[in-house]
Design a protein around this ligand. Sequence first.
Ligand code: ATP
Ligand code: MN
Ligand code: MN
Length: 384
Amino acid sequence: TPAEPLEEKGQVAPYICQRRTPLLHHNSALTDALEIMAEEAKFSGSEVRSLAFSRAASVLKALPWKVERIQQLHTVPCIGEHSRRILQEMLEDGMSAEVEKVRQSERYRTMKLFTKIFGIGVKIASQWYQEGLRTLTDLQLHQIKLNKEQQAGLLHYEDLNTPVELWEAEAISQVVRQVIEQILPGATVTLTGGFRRGKPCGHDVDLLISHPSEGEEMGLLPKVISILDRQGFLLYHSFHRSSFLSLEDEELWVSGGSSTMDHFERCLSIFHLGDPAGSRPGATGVQKLGALWGLARRPVPESCAWVDLVVTPSSQFPFALLGWTGSRNFERDLRRFSKREKKMTLNSHGLYHLEQKIFLPAASEEEIFQHLGLEYILPEERNA
Ligand code: ATP
Ligand code: MN
Ligand code: MN
């Protein structure tokens, strides 16, 4: 089946996965405003409103021109009435009073502060807000109970909210690669997430681990973690066993089929990015990472970063790669498009035709797009 044309003359496609969305675009003042509204809606518990603002922002990122007048958006899809009103304000006055009010509001600022603690979602944050808590110190004063992950997130709050730079992500990938090479030669480590989309920095490092001969990857991750930990690289880690049964498991395709949560073996960790000169005694691993500081352009401050290590069997690798490259908006629409337009369930494990009841295997991301009748979109064009 030939791919559906991506851009008809001047027409903008309705699904994000049918468009090319570059990292740098022409409408960032407008998209920033809409994204604040999307965030505020999420903070108020309105997922639907949040999605509407977020979709409107996404479509503006894909326009190859700068919007100057509201009339230019007449034929552009995905822009609802409220978004249009905000865009009109922005275009006419250079700012939106409504957006500014949100940006300044105590609730928005506090919710942002709290949700930046890893593991704290909208629900807990707004509960704290309602109880009158406003600062991180307040959390300590009130002796708020946190789980291990949240404690780690709070302890390293500043460092973890400082963006990870590309060279740091590459240094970490390299360390993981070296450790894995000792245990299972031939295994692959792929940097995914925002960095694969060409972002110069990110909030974490997403690494996908696999091996060309299926089954070899089993049992690998616990060994990798124990070596990394012994070498002093890990400030925190939590291991999640694979909850994957088999592709034949109906559950995977029918009910929660296209959920973003997948079933791979995974380790969520905080990687230590120390200054090699100032490293603690016995922290040999940190000094090894120091050998990679050749990648750094300036002295490395004591710091740390979230690292997601995910293991996939090779037959699921292209699906996992597509699923973990993001962006979240791109993934959401890819799955929505599959279900609504093609009667297929797509997730990070595979692609299943719900009517023909068959799996559509793929050896590359390109083949997945082909199965869906979509033109291939490069990772750098998935920044919706
Ligand atoms: P950033 O640079 O801020 O990290 P990002 O695009 O890399 O941006 P992530 O939150 O790291 O954002 O997510 C990357 C991709 O991995 C997303 O597309 C998301 O769907 C996927 N992902 C994240 N967590 C999970 C999970 N627990 N299960 C399955 N997929 C996930
Ligand atoms: Mn990421
Ligand atoms: Mn991640």
